[in-house]
Design a protein around this ligand. Structure first.
Ligand code: ARG
Length: 436
């Protein structure tokens, strides 16, 4: 280990076991590209402020820019340091010599890591939006093929009323995901301000214009308050919440699919169904169960982040280092699940005959019959009781509402026109015509 962040005042060398335990390098090496981008922008600010000559700046920037590719090609191994920021500086010192001693001018790892994380979050938002967009396209295709099929809507897990499948997909995925996209727009706002220039906690006294790095990196402003700039992880929390909510939406859709397939209303293609190692007849909805289970992990990650920040005072604390592994897992897991659900939907077929059988067995047109009486002038509560009695009468005879005959209606004193309301598909279409 080097000693770039140690002085006489720090007191001797780090215990190697402690160093190896506390390093964030295994996790934050993933930030190498954004860390280098941040350093290149910082060098621009130093050149503009006269703290580096243009030539010095060019030398540092060229070396920095070459690093991610060299690491990717295994030509360079990042030295074991406390974190990626120190590893880069130590490597730079070994590569360009003493000039590297000027890189950290007016900067701390505190504003550096805050900048890296915001840049990473910016990319993460892009990945999430792309995955959400892809899922929406797949939903649209599914609706074009199967959206007009009738299926049961459930309340309390009991057959309620016939609906069209497009309303289910809209409620389970498309509408919530559109709202989730707006949540990501909030995260975007929360990462707009550059932390560079905030230093360790209170900025610096050097002639460095923080606008230079801010502009280079595509931020909308330099830090407005250095304590806030190094200490805030609100964007990490909002992003983890967005991931948790997206995952909960996915999980709820998956719960629907598991139940629909258990009831024989949906069939899964073999490409996304697992078998049993013992029972030869199985075609299990594992993809959907795993995604449903992943929502619990996203909730745990959101919790872990909230708990990490809980009780910390203003400004930077080393505890904050642990935000990254949690946030990386949250975003990666969410992107993966969005991709898997998009795949799963492409292999999901509603079984129209199965749906109709369940709707008929469940007397799902009872509300339609009630509304038909109301339309004919019967007060709702009276119509409701009459149809309730009709359902009970049919059931007592071991029959369904759709088995009604004119004699049953005559006996109940109800109009024959009710026979026109027994088609479950027509019911679904009539109701859905009000909704796009
Ligand atoms: N590895 C640290 C982190 O990820 C970087 C900042 C360290 N700053 C410090 N003063 N020790 O948060």
């Amino acid at each position: 280990m080097s000693s770039i962040a140690r002085t006489e005042a720090t007191g001797g060398a780090l215990d190697p076991d402690f160093l190896a335990w506390q390093t964030s390098l295994p996790v934050d090496r993933r930030l190498l590209a954004v860390d280098v981008a941040g350093s290149v922008a910082h060098v621009e600010g130093l050149v503009a402020g006269g703290l580096l000559t243009r030539e010095e700046g060019d030398t540092l920037q060229a070396a920095l820019r070459s690093l991610p590719g060299r690491v990717a090609r295994n030509e360079v191994e990042l030295p074991l340091e406390e974190d990626v920021h120190m590893a880069v500086e130590v490597w730079l010192r070994a590569t360009v010599g003493e000039l590297a001693d000027k890189l950290h001018t007016g900067r701390s790892r505190n504003d550096q890591v805050a900048t890296d994380l915001k840049l990473w979050v910016r990319e993460a938002i892009g990945r999430l939006l792309e995955a959400l967009e892809r899922l929406d396209v797949v939903c649209e295709d599914w609706i074009a093929e199967q959206g007009e099929l009738a299926m049961p809507a459930y309340t309390h897990r009991q057959v309620a009323i016939p609906v069209l499948a497009r309303l289910w997909i809209g409620a389970a995925l498309r509408s919530p995901m559109a709202r989730d996209r707006r949540l990501l727009a909030v995260v975007e706002e929360e990462i707009a301000e550059s932390p560079l220039g905030a230093g360790a906690i209170a900025g610096n006294t050097l002639p460095i214009d923080p606008w230079v790095a801010a502009r280079e990196l595509g931020f909308t402003s330099p830090p407005q308050n250095p304590l806030d700039a190094v200490g805030s992880r609100d964007h990490a929390l909002t992003l983890a919440f967005a991931c948790a909510r997206i995952s909960q939406h996915l999980g709820r859709f998956c719960a629907d699919v598991v139940e629909l397939s258990a009831d024989g209303l949906a069939k899964l293609g073999g490409a996304v169904a697992c078998g049993s190692s013992m029972m030869p007849h199985k075609r299990n909805p594992d993809l959907f169960e795993l995604v449903r289970g992943q929502a619990a992990l996203r909730l745990g990650e959101l919790n872990a982040l909230m708990a990490t920040f809980q009780g910390l005072g203003t400004g930077y604390h080393r505890d904050l280092q642990q935000d990254k592994q949690v946030l990386f897992a949250s975003v990666d897991g969410t992107v993966d699940c969005l991709r898997m659900v998009a795949l799963g939907i492409q292999h999901l077929r509603l079984d129209q005959a199965g749906c109709i059988a369940v709707l008929e067995r469940g007397d799902a047109v009872a509300t339609d019959l009630t509304e038909a009486l109301v339309a004919g002038g019967v007060p709702f509560r009276q119509a409701y009781r009459k149809i309730g009695a009709l359902v009970a009468g049919q059931r007592a005879k071991g029959k369904r509402l759709v088995d009604l005959e004119t004699a049953d209606l005559d006996a109940a004193g109800l109009p024959h026109s009710l026979l026109e309301c027994l088609d479950v598909e027509a019911s679904a279409r009539r109701r859905a015509s009000r909704y796009r």
